[in-house]
Design a protein. Structure first.
Length: 250
């Protein structure tokens, strides 16, 4: 009789990195906190396979580690930075997440920083869960927490409810989803410049600021500067830096 398949170990936080986000003048605007999970699967696969309880636990640990890293940094960085922390919609539908988010916001305010909840793209299937998710976003908004919508595609194929309800302050556009790596520089520039009009419509209609992420080379960056993006992020500007566990000096 074949032995049963072993139960996959629960995913856990194995590292926390942060990657800078810059404004149009090259000044630091904030950081995105990037969680890395244990296991053989990619982080994205691990997040997609994790249970709601596991996601909630991981999110709470990320908030704790991110806040600790910001407090340790203290006044060494410019005041007023935005600290982006990724959150799954499943987690944001859980009312238990409100207290740790508000506590993190209060602690970051001691360093004159602002928490930004970056909402990841994986959808919710349960209508009741979707309703709780939107209700919680309204609660967070009323408490002064800034919201960002991650991985948007332009032009928008449909109207995200987060934008329709005017809940978000930022929209992040992932350039890697546009297939730029397979295009010539000329074709890539033409594709990106075609986004200018739908981008401006989105900015005007929803009163959001756009962040270009996954900028991989100089021509992408130069083209992004010609478009109505407010902020910029990617390996070309600066690679992620591990903040937990702290790396030993080389």
């Amino acid at each position: 009789m074949p032995s049963p398949d072993p139960v996959a170990p629960a995913p856990r936080l194995s590292a926390l990195l942060w990657q800078p986000i810059f404004d149009r003048h090259g000044q630091l605007h904030g950081h995105e906190h990037l969680a890395r999970l244990s296991g053989r699967d990619s982080t994205e696969s691990a997040f997609a396979a994790a249970s709601a309880q596991q996601l909630w636990e991981i999110s709470c640990e990320v908030l704790e580690k991110a806040c600790h890293a910001c407090l340790l940094r203290g006044c060494a960085q410019a005041p007023g930075l935005r600290e982006f922390v990724n959150m799954e919609k499943t987690t944001l539908a859980d009312p238990r997440i409100l207290a740790p988010l508000l506590r993190t916001q209060e602690l970051l305010a001691l360093q004159d920083c602002r928490l930004v909840v970056e909402i990841t793209e994986r959808p919710l299937r349960d209508p009741r869960q979707r309703l709780r998710y939107i209700e919680n976003l309204y609660r967070l908004k009323r408490q002064g927490i800034v919201l960002a919508l991650d991985d948007c595609v332009l032009p928008l194929p449909r109207e995200p409810v987060e934008l329709a309800e005017e809940l978000c302050d930022y929209v992040k556009v992932d350039l890697s989803q546009l297939g730029l790596s397979s295009l010539s520089e000329h074709a890539g520039r033409a594709l990106l410049e075609a986004l200018a009009e739908p981008m401006q419509r989105c900015i005007d209609r929803y009163r959001v600021e756009m962040i270009a992420e996954v900028i991989e080379d100089q021509w992408q960056y130069e083209t992004m500067l010609a478009l109505p993006f407010s902020y910029f992020q990617g390996y070309h500007l600066q690679r992620p830096h591990q903040v937990w566990p702290a790396l030993l000096p080389q």
